[in-house]
Design a protein around this ligand. Structure first.
Ligand SMILES: NC(=O)c1ccc[n+]([C@@H]2O[C@H](COP(=O)([O-])OP(=O)(O)OC[C@H]3O[C@@H](n4cnc5c(N)ncnc54)[C@H](O)[C@@H]3O)[C@@H](O)[C@H]2O)c1
Length: 261
């Protein structure tokens, strides 16, 4: 049974999740690494070892499985959970009507139902832990609807809305609720083709996943709700509020997934 601070990470075997697990290991936390991808979890285990880290296969769309994973985690942590990091997600690019219908549903199931499953199942542990944090990965496409990733973008707006609502509700039991809105992060989710077409600077530059890990760390020590990576993305939100038409036009020409490029 651990006395250490604790973090439960979904999508832990992926780019942002594994960077976060690495940072929190360095910081001396107890970590739960959960992912649907067994092979990648095994590779992570080889890299990080199992001193104060547990690993488990989890499909976030399955609420029963989520509860089981949280149960086995809480047996090691005296029913404490300092950070729940809802990070698992998938995407698929393409024109809306050309993406198979079932793929849209899978994106919704993983990116928003998966987050709801996590928060719902972990709420008792979060309640039981003073100053706990529930943080989820939204996206820059949660700031403004982006072409070629319409359903993905809709799920990330949903994560942002859920975060705001719950940050108000959960304050009654000392749990903070936040989200991260990343631009383009260097992980397996981003194809090499997209990576090679990105500008070297500006908001659509390619950013290391270690910046996301640092942001999770920083967010635990702050009361901010939304974390923009890079920070300049906050300005995009202001532009959208002032003129969605102009901002959309600008994104069409220079956004990371622009159909004009
Ligand atoms: N990479 C980017 O530029 C970017 C930008 C904005 C937001 N995001 C979001 O960041 C989060 C992390 O993505 P990443 O960039 O590290 O990508 P990634 O593909 O490297 O990692 C995602 C991880 O989620 C896991 N996963 C997928 N479906 C799952 C399920 N049903 N249950 C449990 N785990 C599942 C995958 O196996 C993978 O390990 C995602 O929510 C993604 O939407 C990424």
């Amino acid at each position: 049974m651990t006395e250490l601070k604790t973090i439960f990470i979904t999508g832990a075997a992926g780019g942002m999740g594994s960077s976060t697990a690495k940072l929190f290991k360095e910081k001396g936390w107890f970590i739960g690494c959960y992912d649907i991808n067994k092979g990648n979890l095994e590779n992570l285990e080889k890299e990080l070892g199992n001193n104060n880290i547990i690993y488990g296969q989890l499909d976030v769309t399955d609420k029963g499985q989520f509860e089981e994973c949280l149960n086995s985690f809480s047996l090691k942590t005296k029913n404490k959970l300092d950070i729940l990091f809802n990070n698992a997600g998938i995407t698929e690019g393409g024109f809306f009507e050309e993406i198979p219908y079932q793929n849209h549903i899978n994106i919704i199931n993983i990116n928003i139902i998966g987050v709801i499953n996590g928060i719902y199942s972990a709420s008792k542990l979060l309640k039981n832990t003073p100053n706990s944090l529930c943080i989820s990965t939204s996206s820059s496409s949660g700031i403004m609807g982006m072409e070629m990733i319409a359903t993905y973008s809709a799920t990330k707006h949903a994560v942002k809305g859920l975060t705001e609502s719950l940050s108000a509700e959960f304050s009654r039991f000392d749990t903070r609720v936040s989200d991260i809105l990343p631009g383009v992060i260097d992980t397996p989710m981003i194809s090499n083709e997209i990576k090679s077409n990105l500008p070297k600077d500006g908001i659509w530059r390619l950013i290391s996943s270690s910046e996301i890990a640092n942001t999770v760390w920083e967010s635990y020590h702050s009361n901010k709700i939304h974390w923009y990576v890079p920070r300049e993305l906050e300005a995009l939100e202001k532009q959208v509020a002032e003129s969605p038409e102009k901002t959309m036009e600008k994104l069409k020409k220079s956004g990371p997934l622009s159909s004009d490029s």
